[in-house]
Each structure stands twice: as C-alpha cells, then as structure tokens.
Design a protein around this ligand. Structure first.
Ligand SMILES: Nc1ncnc2c1ncn2[C@@H]1O[C@H](COP(=O)(O)OP(=O)(O)OP(=O)(O)O)[C@@H](O)[C@H]1O
Ligand SMILES: [Mg+2]
Length: 419
C-alpha cells in the first residue's frame, strides 16, 4: 500500500496549489505555467479495503486528493488536437527562421466552445518556446541596447468580452507589463515596439471573435488585426466559428495553397505607415473539431480518449472498461456531442457524486443524475458563440437496447477504394 504519510503528513500537501493559478496572459505568469505544466501529482490507487483501513485524516485527505485528480484531468492528444499542433509547430518554426522581408503567414484556429482550442494552442506554443529558447536563449540573454526588455519569445493574450481595437493593443502590451498610451495610433506604435523589443516570434490572440466584427464600422478592427501581422511575428488567432465571425470578411480563399488571403487594404486609414508597402496577408484556417461517432475511426478515437480518461480516475470500485464498454461510450457521446470540455466536466462532476454517495463507480444511471454545468459561464461571451450547446437529455440508455460496438470487428479486406 502506498505510504500516505509521506504524501500527506509533510509541510506541503502535494495536491494543493501554492498560490493562485498563473495568469498566462502575463509573461511571468506564462513562465510559471510552463514551469508547473504536468506538475500535478495524481492520487495513488487504493483498493476499497485499503481505503477502509485509513485513519480519518488520511481518508479525508485521500478523498480530496482524488477529487483534485478528477478536476485536473491531463490533456490527451486527440487526432484533432494533433492536427492543429502539427500545423502550428510547422508555421511557427518556418516563420521564425525566415530571413527575407515580407509578411509572415498566420494561422487561425477555429472551433466551437469548450472544444479545447485554448489548451491545444497553449501547449503547442509551449513546445515551440522550449525549442526557441534552447536555440536563441543565449543569443538574446541581454536586452537590446538602450532597453531593459527581456526575451519573451511567445506572447499569449485573450480579449475581453466585446472588445474594441484599443483593447486588442492593450491586451498585447499587458503581456509584457508595458504602459498603455492614450490614442490608438500611439497604442499601435507601442505594441510594435514591445513585440520588437522583446524579440517575440509568436503572438496568440485568443477569443479573437469577441471583437465586434459584424458591423461595417468595425473595419478599423479588421485593419488593425491585419497590421498586427506586419509586426514581424507569427500571428495565431483563436476563436469560435471564425469562418462565420466576420473575421474573414474581405478575404478570399486560394484553392492552390488552401489559405485565406487578405488583399491589400484599399479603404480606411492605416495604423501603420509602413503597412502601405505590404501586399497581401495569408492565413491557414484550421478547425478543431469535436469527436465524431459515425465512422469506425471516429469511434476508435473516442474510445481511446475515454480509455485515457478512465486510466486517470480513482474510484474505489471502478472496473476496467468502465467508460469504454457497453452503453457507456454512446451515452457519453450523446451527453457531450464529443466536446472534450463537456466530457471532462461531466466526468469530474459524476466522480464527485460517485464518491459522495459511496457508489464509487461510473454508470450511465449515476451520470444521468449529473447535469453539465459550466463553472466559467461568467467568463464566456454568448454573443460570440462561446457557450456550447449542451444536450439537455440526460436519460440513461435502456438496458435492453444494447448496441454492440463494432469498431474493432474485422470487416474483412477492403481495397483502397473501400469496396
Ligand atoms: N485534448 C484534450 N484532452 C483532454 N482534455 C482537454 C483537451 N483539450 C481540452 N481539454 C479540456 O477541455 C476543457 C476546455 O478546454 P479549452 O478551454 O481549451 O477549450 P476552448 O475551446 O478554448 O473553450 P472556450 O470556447 O471556452 O474558449 C479544459 O478543461 C481542458 O482541460
Ligand atoms: Mg478558450
């Protein structure tokens, strides 16, 4: 049996945070987040009998540790997140080693609410930073002459709900802790100086679809975003349903390269006098989809994800295949429509019910008692489509209507055409 005394009787309880969660939108918070990435220690596995033998204090702490483990499920690679990460790595690396002048191609990551956009992008950004620091950390150890700007290779910022152009610049400046000038023109100039001074290679603007982009007079905002691309960084825009958000207004699709192109702006004022020399700006738009449950490969990927989650659960009566066999996968898919964030939320809450009721196992019946409630609703912008559509139906499947999962069945040889 694991020695819980070493875990819980020291000065530091391993599953309690030493302070507030790091704010990734500030460069020091981002570094703290990177340093503690995957640092969470999951609760050990105990059998029911071992649990019963614990003293009252250890039992309470262990149950709290299990709850924390269920609330901090690890990020699992999915086929959808792998696609986004690969594209992002490629784009960031290619741009970072460019010597020739010219606007760098950008990337837009689009998807529905709670589909894992932020976490996927932040992880990919952290991987790139690791590489970039190892290559240029020494070269950039000293600030540029005449400044005290430290090396900040990647910058991650989020937009507040219903933002205006000024808020975009302010969010970028806040990453570096740099002051906000008053006028928009000065803000744009300060933003450019900050990104240059800190030798930033990648700038992520999350929740970009919060910008008011639907109205004609929002042209300023669009112009500004395009001009941010001229600031010698790889711009990664993340938002809900970008193709319908108005962000691609004026852009056209180039079927040869599969990219979206913003032609040179002909109207309105330019925030950046140097921008007049630019010709066009190119973006890849990549969708981060939810799981799907209509093809063998889609079902197999969902089952693999469920197996990855199950492995992290610490219920005293859990059995192998608790999430991946019988009615459970279809039920979980129906409850969440394959959205990773909703799935995590449902499992976390269902585990709490399983612990508090002593059931200590997840079953469709137990899950039917749990509604998916998002804890961060105040932080979501319904107007931008950030609040996901949560299926209302929580009825467990009828036991008699068993549908056998055929995903691993041998369907015989098929040739490349699938016939
Ligand atoms: N690949 C993954 N594996 C496991 N859990 C994931 C994965 N991706 C995201 N999650 C979890 O799903 C939840 C939502 O993720 P995230 O915040 O990245 O989604 P989002 O699409 O950015 O949501 P929003 O629309 O609110 O901005 C988080 O709890 C996150 O840990
Ligand atoms: Mg997000």
């Amino acid at each position: 049996m694991t020695d819980l005394a070493t875990l819980y009787d020291g000065k530091v309880i391993p599953f309690l945070r030493p302070g507030p969660r790091p704010d990734r939108t500030r460069s020091d918070g981002w570094q703290l987040w990177r340093a503690t990435l995957d640092g969470f220690t999951a609760a050990p596995r105990l059998s029911e009998r071992e649990h019963a033998r614990l003293g009252a204090r250890h039992q309470t702490l262990y149950d709290l540790h299990r709850t924390a483990t269920h609330a901090n499920l690890r990020l699992l690679e999915t086929p959808m997140s792998a696609r986004v990460s690969e594209l992002m790595q490629r784009r960031l690396q290619n741009n970072a080693v460019k010597w020739n002048p010219g606007t760098m191609d950008g990337l837009m990551v689009s998807g529905g609410g709670k589909q894992g956009k932020t976490e996927t992008v932040c992880r990919a950004l952290a991987v790139f930073e690791e590489l970039w620091r190892s290559l240029c950390g020494e070269m950039y150890a000293k600030p540029p002459p005449g400044t005290r700007d430290e090396f900040v290779p990647v910058a991650y910022c989020r937009l507040p709900v219903r933002s205006r152009p000024k808020a975009l610049c302010q969010s970028i400046l806040d990453v570096f802790g740099d002051p906000h000038p008053k006028t928009l023109h000065d803000l744009v100039r300060a933003t450019r100086d900050s990104l240059r001074g800190h030798r930033t290679s990648a700038l992520v603007i999350d929740d970009v679809t919060r910008l008011r982009l639907h109205r004609e007079d929002d042209q300023d905002t669009l112009d500004l975003i395009r001009e941010v691309m001229d600031l010698d960084v790889t711009l990664v825009l993340v938002g809900v349903d970008i193709p319908h958000s108005g962000l691609l207004r004026d852009a056209y699709y180039d079927s040869r390269t599969g990219q979206w192109i913003f032609p040179e702006t002909k109207h309105g004022k330019s925030f950046n006098p140097q921008a007049s020399t630019q010709t066009e700006r190119r973006f890849d738009v990549v969708e981060l989809d939810p799981f799907e449950y209509s093809t063998p490969s889609g079902i197999a990927a969902f089952l693999e994800h469920l197996a990855g989650i199950e492995d992290q659960l610490r219920l005293l009566r859990q059995i192998d295949g608790m999430l991946t066999s019988g009615e459970m996968p279809e039920y979980l898919f129906r409850r969440t429509r394959g959205v990773v964030g909703l799935l995590n939320r449902l499992i976390e809450d269902a585990c709490s019910v399983a612990i508090s009721t002593g059931v200590e196992q997840l079953t469709p019946d137990l899950m039917a008692r749990v509604s998916i409630r998002l804890s961060d609703l105040d932080d979501l912008d319904p107007e931008s489509g950030e609040v996901p559509d949560i299926p209302a139906d929580s009825v467990p499947p009828k036991p008699r209507r068993r549908v056998r999962n055929t995903v691993f069945d041998d369907h015989g040889h098929r040739d490349a055409a699938g016939v």
